[in-house]
Structure formats: structure tokens, C-alpha cells
Design a protein around this ligand. Structure first.
Ligand code: NDP
Ligand code: OXD
Length: 327
């Protein structure tokens, strides 16, 4: 059931929310934004780039990889909203206007979906479903020895909305869980480490490590040869952060040498992953199409239109991104 709407405020004449992506069609999201705007900000027009619009009417942009150059052509822009949890696709742009707040989506239901995805990965490797698939292909009936989840150590990199939800779900499923973040955290039942100096110590005991970090200058390429060598031989790797966290030749070398038993990859430097990529058929990889978890159009539309209302009232938007720290 859709949540009821609060009080509405009329938009100035012509005010436009521009929805844009250079990579995905967003018709359904545009329609949902228009529906929400009709309730929360009557008069606000929602346009889908590249439909025609007047640049001076655009007060807000809701974007996923917006077309290059667009953002610097909008003189009355008051809000730049990522339609996803990540915001690096906005922060890394060279046409980003100074002083305009940037927001992202923060949704507990999306975090729950992420946690379920990471839990599935932990079960996949802990219960040996990767090995069972190999056995099945050979018609081998060989019952594996079983150990409790507490014997399988899972590490979660990034303890924000996504990472904390994953760590808690893994903990509640009985896994031994540790987490790694920039600043120190205290999460009951999760062994938390913080900062670059603790990374090797964090990685050393793990049977599986999941990268749920935002992509920033500090995290780009973090999962490299040294990273994989710091893991226990035969450990497993999951990436639901961003493709550029991983140095792909280093990951493949770790898989081919047996240092890594397997990896689940949901995100890639270039998406969609091209149909002829050799990654699709690598026996050590499970590949999914950036589907670890998405917020619903309803949640995305509501959070963004509410922020258009807030910025129109002169208030700071919710779920702002810190340009300095880059997430
Ligand atoms: P948050 O901003 O809430 O959390 C980010 C976490 O990463 C924080 O714990 C932060 O530490 C930590 N972190 C940032 N930089 C560093 C660093 N240099 N070293 C160690 N830790 C660091 O983000 P979310 O949890 O909402 O999302 C994380 C990412 O997940 C998104 O940016 C996106 O890339 C990805 N994502 C992928 C999806 C998919 O479907 N594949 C769906 C949704 C998100 P601290 O707490 O100390 O600040
Ligand atoms: C993301 C998302 O940021 O899907 O990857 O929200």
C-alpha cells in the first residue's frame, strides 16, 4: 500500500524536475515522480531528458549518469539528486555546479535487500553450492562435510546503511561477522575495525569478504593483488559496491591461482557488461546485473520530490552527500 501524502505546496510557475540518465530509460520513474509531485507540489512539471524543457525552469535534476555537460547549463538548479544509493556518478563529473546540494537515496528496505543478497552469497559458499554445481555437472553424488555457520567468517567492507544491514543479517544467521569502515563503529555481535591501517588484519581470517563501499578516490582499486593476497587461501569475494573497486586482472589472477575460491560480482566498471566479456564464462565467477538491491520507484520519487519541496522552502535536503569526503 502506498503511504499517504503530507501537506502540499504549489510549485512556482514553470518549475521543472528533470529526470535523466544517459544509460537507462526512466519512463516509469518519471511517471511516479509526476504522480508524487501532483500530491506534494502541484504545478511541478516532471520532464524526462531529452524531452524539451527550458533550462531556466529546471529547479532539480534526478539522475543516474546524467548526460555530460547538462548540469552546467541549468542556471536555477537547487538540487541534484542521485536516483540510487551511490552518488559517485555525480561527484566525479566535471560539469558539477558549485554550491548545489547533492543527495542520494537512503532506504532501509533497499538495505534489507542488499543484506539478503550478501546472505545468499555467504550461504552459497559456506554450504558449498558452488562445489555442488561442479559435482552435478559430473553426476557426482558426494555429500560434503558440514560445519556450523559460526566456523565461517564473513567480513563486510563499509558499515553504512547497506553494510550494517548485511552485517546484522549475517550475524543473525549465525555467521562470525566482522566489519570495516573509515570511522570506528560499535555493532553488537560484529567485530568492527576502522581505517586503512587495520585492513590487512581485517582481511586475514576471512572466509568471505563483501565490498559494500562507496566509490571514492580512497576506495577505487582497493581490491587489488595485495588485497587478495591478504585473504586466507581459498577465501571468497563479493562485490556489490562498484566495479572500479576491483582491479580485474588481479582478481582473475587470484582466482586462477586458487588464492580465491570464487567471487560474486554484481557491479562492473562498464555496465552493462558486454555480451562478449570473458567474465561471463569464468568458472570461478557468479555474475549478476547490478541487481543486488534497488529502491522502488515509489521510494525514489517520494524522497526526491520531498527534497524539491525542502529546497524550495530554503531547507537543506535530506540524505545529503558530502562533497569533501566523496560519499
Ligand atoms: P553509506 O554512505 O551509508 O556507507 C558507506 C560506508 O563505507 C560507511 O561505513 C563508510 O565509513 C565506509 N567507507 C567510505 N570510505 C571508506 C574508506 N576509505 N575506508 C573504509 N570505509 C569507508 O553508503 P551505503 O551503505 O548506502 O552504500 C554503499 C555503496 O553500496 C553505494 O555507494 C553503492 O556504491 C553500493 N550500492 C550498490 C547497490 C547494488 O545494487 N549493487 C545498491 C545500493 C548501493 P564511515 O561509516 O566511517 O563513514
Ligand atoms: C546503487 C543503487 O547505487 O542501485 O547502486 O542504488
Amino acid at each position: 500500500m502506498k503511504a499517504p501524502f503530507g501537506p502540499s505546496v504549489c510549485a512556482p510557475v514553470g518549475a521543472t524536475l528533470l529526470v535523466c540518465s544517459a544509460v537507462d530509460p526512466l519512463h516509469a520513474l518519471r511517471d511516479e515522480m509526476q504522480r508524487v509531485a501532483t500530491h506534494l507540489m502541484p504545478g511541478l512539471q516532471v520532464c524526462l531528458w531529452p524531452e524539451s524543457f527550458l533550462p531556466e525552469d529546471v529547479v532539480a535534476v534526478a539522475a543516474w549518469h546524467p548526460p555530460p555537460g547538462l548540469l552546467s547549463t541549468l542556471p536555477n538548479l537547487r538540487l541534484i539528486a542521485s536516483i540510487g544509493a551511490g552518488s559517485e556518478h555525480l561527484l566525479r563529473r566535471t560539469d558539477l555546479p558549485q554550491g548545489v546540494p547533492i543527495t542520494r537515496i537512503v532506504d532501509p528496505e533497499q538495505a534489507r535487500g542488499m543484506a539478503q543478497y550478501v546472505l545468499w552469497c555467504a550461504l552459497h559458499y559456506h554450504r558449498g553450492f558452488d562445489r555442488m554445481r561442479e559435482q552435478q555437472a559430473k553426476g557426482n553424488w558426494l555429500m560434503p562435510a558440514q560445519t556450523g555457520a559460526a566456523a565461517f567468517q564473513v567480513g563486510v567492507m563499509g558499515l553504512g546503511g547497506m553494510g550494517q544491514a548485511a552485517a546484522l543479517m549475517l550475524r543473525d544467521a549465525g555467521f562470525q561477522v566482522s566489519g570495516w569502515s573509515r570511522n570506528e563503529k560499535h555493532i553488537a555481535g560484529v567485530h568492527c575495525l576502522a581505517g586503512d591501517a587495520s585492513l590487512t588484519r581485517f582481511l586475514a581470517p576471512l572466509d568471505m569478504v563483501a565490498c559494500l563501499l562507496p566509490l571514492t578516490p580512497a576506495t577505487q582499486g582497493l581490491c587489488n593483488a595485495r588485497f587478495f593476497a591478504s585473504l586466507k587461501p581459498g577465501a571468497t569475494f563479493v562485490n556489490t559496491g562498484r566495479g572500479e573497486h576491483v582491479v580485474m586482472p588481479d582478481l582473475l589472477a587470484a582466482l586462477d591461482s586458487g588464492q580465491l575460491r570464487g567471487a560474486v560480482l554484481d557491479v562492473f566498471e562498464h555496465e552493462p557488461l558486454s555480451a562478449d566479456s570473458p567474465l561471463w564464462s569464468h568458472p570461478g565467477l557468479v555474475i549478476t546485473p547490478h541487481m543486488a538491491s534497488s529502491a522502488s520507484d515509489e521510494v525514489i520519487a517520494r524522497q526526491i520530490v520531498e527534497n524539491v519541496v525542502r529546497t524550495g522552502d530554503g531547507l537543506a535536503p535530506e540524505h545529503g552527500v558530502d562533497r569533501e569526503r566523496a560519499y
